[in-house]
Design a protein around this ligand. Structure first.
Ligand code: FAD
Length: 430
C-alpha cells in the first residue's frame, strides 16, 4: 500500500525511536470470516476492535500499513478534553441542551483512555498535568473569558481557569503569550506506545490483526459485508471504517467530509532545564488557526509541531521547515539541535466536529480535526456499543454530522487551501 503519509518520515520520528517492541503480524491471505471486520489500525479501529472483542464478538482488523503508523502513532500526544469546536460555538450551533449533551459525551474520552491504560497496563508516559492554551492574538483573552464562563456555567465543567500575561509567561517561557486558558484535565502521552498498547490488548482478547493488508473494496451483502484485500477476503456481519485521513476511495460518503492537512513536528536534543521552558510539564498549544503545539517528552526534550504549508508535498527539510516556528515561540532555543523530524496528515471537517455514524452494517468514525488523541478511543467504543444495541451515544454524534466539502474531489482541496491561507493571514494580523 502506498499510504498517503508515506514520505512523511515516520521511521525517523522520535516516537519510532522510542517505541516498545511490537511483533509484526501476518498479511491476510485467503478467505476469513468474523462478526466484525475493522479497517484501520489506529486508535479508532483498535478501540472498536477491543470493545467488540470484550463484548464477545470475533473480530478481524485489517491495517494497510503498520499498526500505529497513521496519525495515532505520530501525533503531538496532547490530551485535550472536549471537542475541537469550542463550548461557546457549540452552544451557538446547537442550543444549550444539545451542546451540553454532546460536550458531556466527549468528556468520556479521557475516562476511556485512562481506563484502558490502567486495565491493560499500557506503558505510554501518561502525564495528566493539564493543557494550556496560549493567547497570541489581541482579542483572545476576551474570547477565553467567554469560553471559561460557558464551560463553567453552561457545560458544568469547572476545570478551566484564566492566566494573565505575567502568569502565562511564568507557565511557558515564551514572549508570545498575552494570557492563557488552562484546562486541568488535559495532559499528554506517548501516542505510538499508547496505540501499540491497544493493539497488544486486542491480541490478548483474540482479535486477529493483519498488517500490510489494505482493504481495496467493501461490498454490502445480504449477510453483512465483504472486504477485499490484495491477498484475501473477509466476510463479516459488520464493518468499522477507521482509516481517517488515509482511507482514500474505500467510501465516497465518508471521504467527502474530511480534508487531510499535512502537519510537521520536531524534537530537540534533551535539554538541560526543560522545566524552565514549560512549568509543571503541561501540554501547550496556541490560539492560531494553524496551531503551534508543544510539550516536553519523558526524556526532557521539547516536542514541537506547527507551521503553515498549503501544498500537499512535504518540505524537503522538515526540521528546517518547523525550526522558525519553534524559534518564534522560544527565541532562547535559537540554533538548538533538532534530532528528529516527521510529518502526518490531520483530517479536518468543515464544522470541526467529528464524523461518526452508521450506514446499515457499516460504522465509521473520523475527522477529529486535530483533537483525536483521546476522541478516537471514545469513537471506537461508541461504535462497538452501537453493535451491542446501545446506539444512542453514536446517534448523538451522527445528528451533528459535518457537511461534505463543497466542490467535489477536484475542487474541494484548492478551495480549502484558500480558506486556510485566509485564516492564517488573520493569525498574522493578530
Ligand atoms: C501531526 C499530527 C499531530 C496531531 N496532534 C494531535 C494532538 O496533539 N492531540 C490530539 O488530540 N490530536 C492530534 N492529532 C490528531 C490525531 O492524531 C488523530 O485524530 C487520530 O490519531 C486519528 O486516529 P484514527 O485511528 O482515526 O486514524 P489513524 O491513526 O490515522 O489510523 C488509520 C489507519 O487506517 C489505515 N488505513 C487507511 N485506509 C486503509 C485501508 N483501506 N485498508 C487498511 N488500512 C487502512 C491507515 O494505514 C492507518 O494506520 C494529530 C494528528 C497529526 C497527523
Amino acid at each position: 500500500m502506498t499510504a498517503l503519509n508515506e514520505g512523511l518520515g515516520m521511521a525517523g520520528s522520535w516516537y519510532a525511536a522510542t517505541a516498545h517492541p511490537w511483533d509484526r503480524t501476518p498479511v491476510l491471505s485467503g478467505e476469513e470470516a468474523a462478526d466484525l471486520v475493522v479497517v484501520g489500525g489506529g486508535c479508532t479501529g483498535l478501540a472498536a476492535a477491543l470493545f467488540a472483542a470484550k463484548a464477545g464478538r470475533s473480530v478481524i482488523l485489517l491495517e494497510g500499513g503498520r499498526i500505529g503508523w497513521g496519525a495515532s502513532g505520530r501525533n503531538g500526544g496532547q490530551i485535550i478534553p472536549g471537542l475541537r469546536k469550542g463550548a461557546v460555538e457549540l452552544v451557538d450551533m446547537l442550543g444549550r441542551e444539545r451542546a451540553k449533551a454532546l460536550f458531556e459525551l466527549s468528556l468520556d474520552a479521557r475516562k476511556v483512555v485512562t481506563g484502558l491504560i490502567a486495565e491493560y497496563g499500557v506503558d505510554c508516559d501518561l502525564t495528566l498535568t493539564g493543557h494550556l492554551l496560549g493567547a497570541v492574538k489581541r482579542d483572545d483573552m476576551a474570547d477565553f473569558e467567554a469560553e471559561a464562563e460557558c464551560l463553567d456555567h453552561v457545560m458544568g465543567y469547572p476545570h478551566v481557569r484564566l492566566l494573565d500575561a505575567a502568569d502565562a509567561r511564568a507557565a511557558v517561557a515564551t514572549p508570545e503569550f498575552r494570557g492563557a486558558l488552562i484546562d486541568e484535565m488535559g495532559g499528554h502521552l506517548h501516542p505510538l506506545n499508547y496505540t501499540l498498547g491497544l493493539a497488544r490488548a486486542c491480541r490478548s482478547l483474540g482479535v486477529r490483526i493483519f498488517e500490510g493488508s489494505e482493504a481495496l473494496a467493501l461490498d454490502k451483502t445480504p449477510a453483512g459485508v465483504t472486504v477485499l484485500t490484495t491477498g484475501g477476503r473477509v466476510r463479516a456481519a459488520h464493518a468499522v471504517l477507521a482509516g481517517d485521513a488515509l482511507l482514500r476511495g474505500l467510501s465516497a460518503q465518508v471521504n467527502r467530509r474530511i480534508m487531510p492537512v499535512a502537519n510537521y513536528q520536531v524534537v530537540t536534543e534533551p535539554l538541560k532545564d526543560p522545566e524552565m521552558l514549560i512549568a509543571q510539564n503541561r501540554a501547550v498549544s496556541d490560539s492560531r488557526f494553524v496551531v503551534d503545539y508543544f510539550r516536553l517528552t519523558a526524556d526532557g526534550r521539547l516536542l514541537f509541531g506547527g507551521g503553515e504549508r498549503y501544498t500537499p508535498d512535504p518540505p524537503r527539510d522538515m526540521a528546517g521547515f518547523v525550526r522558525p516556528y519553534l524559534e518564534r515561540a522560544f527565541p532562547q532555543l535559537a540554533g538548538v539541535p533538532l534530532t528528529h523530524a516527521w510529518g502526518g496528515l490531520v483530517s479536518v471537517t468543515l464544522s470541526r466536529l467529528p464524523h461518526i455514524g452508521r450506514d446499515g452494517a457499516v460504522l465509521y468514525a473520523h475527522g477529529y480535526s486535530g483533537q483525536g488523541v483521546i476522541l478516537s478511543s471514545l469513537a471506537g467504543k461508541l461504535m462497538a456499543s452501537a453493535l451491542e444495541g446501545d446506539a444512542a451515544p453514536l446517534e448523538r454524534f451522527a445528528d451533528v454530522a459535518p457537511p461534505p466539502f463543497p466542490g467535489g474531489r477536484a475542487l474541494s482541496r484548492p478551495l480549502y487551501m484558500l480558506g486556510m491561507a485566509w485564516y492564517a493571514m488573520r493569525d498574522r494580523l493578530g
